[in-house]
Write a protein that binds this ligand. Structure first.
Ligand SMILES: [Zn+2]
Length: 228
């Protein structure tokens, strides 16, 4: 079941966050919150925007996650590729030791913050199992299977943290805005959904997810925790 879920979530990249797909969703955690990265094809301005977004996640989470340039010994790392092809909205290149985040929308920092949220391990807030208590999403009859993956409800056991501990967060960077979703479905919600910024609850979830690593570090215990 979990393998199937990873597959479905992996397909969940056709994300219109003001432009085309933004990032990579993962259930795996980065050991000790350390995320080695490399960049391919980024110009200095793009690199600067990306580094600032990485820094925001680090600051917001009290360094529960840290982005560091890849070293030669790093087997698992993030590759950020600048892709300018309009129709190239999807990439699934997760393999042991390699995670690729394809960005073709540098005009919005929201897409980059959101994409990094996926890299860290966060899932879409609007796909929470209890979302119907807060919003209602009704797929159009011609909604494509791929789009359905973006709006389906996740089962409980896919999370790396206890989502029930947190209030439903319409301001999450991981929540679609109405404009992101309306190509595929109707979204009914009181109040606006989606935000430009990482929310406090986004940061708390990351801290929660990576807490065990912090505890291990305090105790001087290190083990392979990331390949669940
Ligand atoms: Zn997304």
């Amino acid at each position: 079941m979990k393998i199937l879920l990873i597959f479905l979530i992996s397909l969940n990249f056709l994300f219109n966050i003001g432009c085309k797909d933004d990032g990579h969703s993962t259930i795996l955690l980065w050991k000790h919150g350390r995320i080695p990265y490399t960049m391919i094809g980024l110009n200095p301005i793009q690199a600067q925007i990306l580094l600032e977004s990485m820094f925001e996640w680090q600051i917001m989470t009290g360094s529960s996650v840290t982005f560091v340039p890849k070293k030669s010994g790093d087997e698992k790392f993030l590759t950020i590729i600048n892709d300018t092809k309009n129709d190239s909205t999807y990439i699934e290149a997760y393999s042991p030791g390699l995670q690729i985040m394809q960005l073709n929308c540098w005009s919005t920092r929201r897409a980059i913050r959101h994409g990094l949220g996926h890299v860290i391990g966060l899932l879409h807030e609007h796909q929470r199992p209890d979302r119907e208590l807060y919003i209602h999403i009704e797929p159009f009859s011609n909604c494509s299977p791929t789009a359905m993956y973006q709006i389906m409800v996740y089962p409980d056991d896919v999370y790396q943290y206890d989502y029930k501990k947190y209030p439903y967060d319409k301001q999450s960077i991981m929540h679609y805005k109405w404009t992101d979703i309306c190509e595929h479905a109707l979204l009914n919600s009181e109040g606006e959904t989606g935000s430009e910024d990482i929310s406090i609850l986004d940061a708390k979830k990351v801290i929660d997810m990576y807490e065990d690593f912090k505890e291990e570090e305090k105790k001087g215990i290190f083990n392979n925790f990331d390949e669940e």
